[in-house]
Design a protein around this ligand. Structure first.
Ligand SMILES: CC(C)(COP(=O)(O)OP(=O)(O)OC[C@H]1O[C@@H](n2cnc3c(N)ncnc32)[C@H](O)[C@@H]1OP(=O)(O)O)[C@@H](O)C(=O)NCCC(=O)NCCS
Length: 200
C-alpha cells in the first residue's frame, strides 16, 4: 500500500509504533486520569495487546492509531489516529478518529493538532466521505477536541456501547460526525480573505 506512514505537524510527528513505546504506553494506561472515562485501567498485557492491534490495523489497512512524538522533546506522548471500530452499531461500518495522550502533555493543543492532520489524511489520502468519533458524555476534553476539529454532535445518534454491559456507568456514548463536505466548507471559511493584508 503506497501511503505515507508518518504525518508531521508544526510540533508533532505521528509515526508507526516502536518497541520502546510500550513501556510509556503501559504507564499511561495505568494512570487514573488518562483512563477516567475508559472501563478500567489496563494491565501490561492489555496495553501491549492494544499496541498489537494498532500495528495490525496499519498492516491491514495502511492507517491506524499513530504513535505521537514531540521531536527533540518527548519520544512518545500517546496516540491519535483513525480506525475501524471493533464493534457493530447503527453507524458502522465507519472510520472513527480517536486519541489518548499522557496527562503530562494535556492542555497544550497537541490532541487537536494531531487530530487535524489525521483528518486531512482521512479525507485527502483515504478519500473518506465522513469521519466519526464517540465518547462518554462527561468526557469534555475529548468532546472539545472533536469540536475543535469541526465535528458536529449528532444527539439523535447517541448510543449504548455494545461492548459494555447493560447498567455500566460508561455505557452511554455521544456520537460526533464530520462530513467531507463540512470539512471542505470549514477549510474555505478559514482561508484568509484575498487582499485582507492590504487593508491592515
Ligand atoms: C482527550 C485528550 C486526548 C485531550 O488532549 P489535549 O492535548 O489536552 O487536547 P487539546 O489541548 O488539543 O484540547 C483540549 C480541549 O479541552 C479543553 N478542556 C480541558 N480541560 C477541560 C475541562 N475540565 N472542562 C472543559 N474543557 C476542558 C481545553 O480547553 C481544550 O479546548 P480548547 O482548545 O477549546 O481550549 C486527553 O485529555 C486524553 O488523553 N484524555 C484521556 C483519554 C481519553 O479520554 N480519550 C478519549 C476516549 S474516547
Amino acid at each position: 500500500m503506497n501511503r505515507p506512514v508518518e504525518l508531521r505537524t508544526q510540533r508533532l510527528l505521528l509515526r508507526r509504533w516502536r518497541k520502546e513505546d510500550r513501556d510509556a504506553f503501559a504507564a499511561m494506561c495505568g494512570d487514573e486520569r488518562v483512563m477516567e472515562f475508559l472501563p478500567a485501567l489496563a494491565t501490561r498485557a492489555e496495553s501491549d495487546a492494544a499496541v498489537d492491534r494498532a500495528e495490525a490495523h496499519f498492516k491491514q489497512h495502511g492507517f491506524g492509531y499513530w504513535a505521537v512524538e514531540i521531536p527533540d522533546e518527548a519520544a512518545f506522548i500517546g496516540f491519535v489516529g483513525l480506525a475501524r471500530p471493533r464493534f457493530e452499531a447503527a453507524f458502522t461500518p465507519c472510520i472513527e478518529i480517536g486519541w489518548r495522550l499522557a496527562s503530562a502533555h494535556w492542555g497544550q493543543g497537541y490532541a487537536t493538532e494531531a487530530a487535524s492532520v489525521a483528518v486531512v489524511f482521512g479525507f485527502e489520502v483515504l478519500n473518506l466521505p465522513e469521519i466519526l468519533s464517540f465518547t462518554v458524555p462527561m468526557n469534555v476534553r475529548s468532546r472539545r477536541v472533536m469540536e475543535n476539529i469541526g465535528m458536529r454532535h449528532a444527539p439523535e445518534e447517541n448510543f449504548d456501547h455494545p461492548l459494555l454491559p447493560e447498567g455500566h456507568p460508561l455505557r452511554r456514548h455521544v456520537l460526533y460526525r464530520l462530513t467531507r463536505e463540512d470539512w471542505e466548507t470549514q477549510l474555505r471559511d478559514d482561508e484568509p480573505t484575498e487582499g485582507a493584508s492590504d487593508r491592515v
